[in-house]
Design a protein around this ligand. Sequence first.
Ligand code: GRG
Length: 561
Amino acid sequence: MAVVERLKAKGVVFVHELSEIPDRAVTILSAHGVPQTVLRDARGRALRTLDTTCPLVAKVHAQLVDHYHDGRHILLIGHQGHPEIIGTLGQIPRGAISVIGSIGDLDAIAAPPNTAIAYAVQTTFSVQDSAAIIRAIESRFPDLRKPRSSDICYATTNRQAAIDAIARIADRVIVVGDELSSNAKRLTEVARAAGCADVVMLDGTKPLDWDWLAEAEIVGLTAAASTPAGSVRAVSDQLVAMGFALEEVDETVETVRFKPVSMTPLSDVSLADRMEAVRRDIERCLDRQLPVGDTGDSRLVKAMRYAALGGGKRLRGLLTVLVAEMLGGDQRQAVWVASAIECLHTQSLVHDDLPCMDDDDFRRGKPSLHRQFDEATAVLAGDALLALAFEMLADERAHEDPAVRGQLTLALARTIGKDGLARGQMMDLYPPVGVSADQIGACEDLKTGALIRYCVEAGAFLAKCDDNDHQKLITFSEKLGLAFQIRDDILDHLGDEKEVGKRLRKDASSGRKTAIDAWGLDGALDKSRRLVASCRDVLSSFGNKAKLLEQVAEFAISRAH
Ligand code: GRG
């Protein structure tokens, strides 16, 4: 409270909802962490937002996302309604997580014993109480994933251990902290449980009660992890003035150091940083969908991993995530669907590289899959990636509404089948004699544009957007797809093989007609700039929220690989 009052005096306003904050205000997200929806809304508004989520809380969030992607139900040990729990619940879709504050809450969960479970703990929970709940979870659910190290914050753990020792010998215990602080309350509970009946919580602003201390020989003094040092000093100074000698009983030295909070407002995060974050999310999700078994029979999965992991711009996945985010869709579902799309995209690259198709030895800067393994493995790994993409779209983690999962699945089947990618590839392999510029355009649109369109549509499906916005986004995706293809032609003409990561100048040697044949290099560049301008026009009605999508269009025509 003392800190809150000090900040209020400096003009800081405390709010519960983002909607209470006026545009352009500097916004600080609390160390307890916030739900993904708050982060998304903060990014989408003209707020200079700094995210001060505690790294220990962020670690719990990251682990929960992995458990969610693994299809586990999560038991979150914590206090219902506490800000940290609200933030943590908002990291993954509702229904995938249950809050357990007591053994009674655990008993009320209906899950059968063979349920795949993971648990996490509020970072300020009581070590002892969590240990009892964890034992009950362990005895009920054998298929259990635990945190790699304790989720409870080191400062909370150390203070609880210290007060447990002190309270055993103290006549009175003073916890300096605030009623609102979870870890301060835990300290009073631990002190009482250790056998001290006289425990009070003080905030350090009022004089100590002489009568209460008169008969005490030993007074235990502790403070919450978030209590300012000045408040602790105010209390200890008074104790010394009363004649108590200070003695430190716990020798634990806390050496943990955190990276300073990034001062780059969320709304100013560059496309490159966002791309990198989405790339990491997709990589993490796919890594978990492709575990190498220990049976020795893992050649197929190794080949799938070789092709699907560690390469590619993930531009298609990024589109799905950004569109879903702009429209209010769930971020974790968007990453899941984006990962499915990247599986499918990888399959098309693997098969495209085969000698019977485009015959390429290099892809994403390394030997193509059939060169690294063999052709049969490349065919089968491609098939399995295709199957995995559909499996993921049909899975509940794509969306809780089966109708949305149906839309996602049906639309992808149409995008890649006899009227989509496969048809485009066929047209490319067997062009009609005297192929026209229009026919080349149609072929490229099916080979490349259709999947880009699908990525944008997938984001719209996830967010269940209205027909009007859906139509605008389709127009955007068509222009973007064409701009992307033109850049591909320009890169084939001018690009650097090392940077692009595959063999170039194939179009000229194969006699294939490209955008440069149609409009010349300057004409193609001019056309792509005009396409980006129309992307911007179409997106203008979405306002600031579409800023990153506009930048994706600019990236599509300026990329060097
Ligand atoms: C899916 C049923 C089904 C059939 C596939 C092989 C095939 C039929 C189609 C080939 C489609 C293809 C490879 C089109 C080229 C698309 C393209 C421009 C790929 C390069 O995309 P980038 O630059 O690649 O985004 P990264 O590596 O960054 O992901």
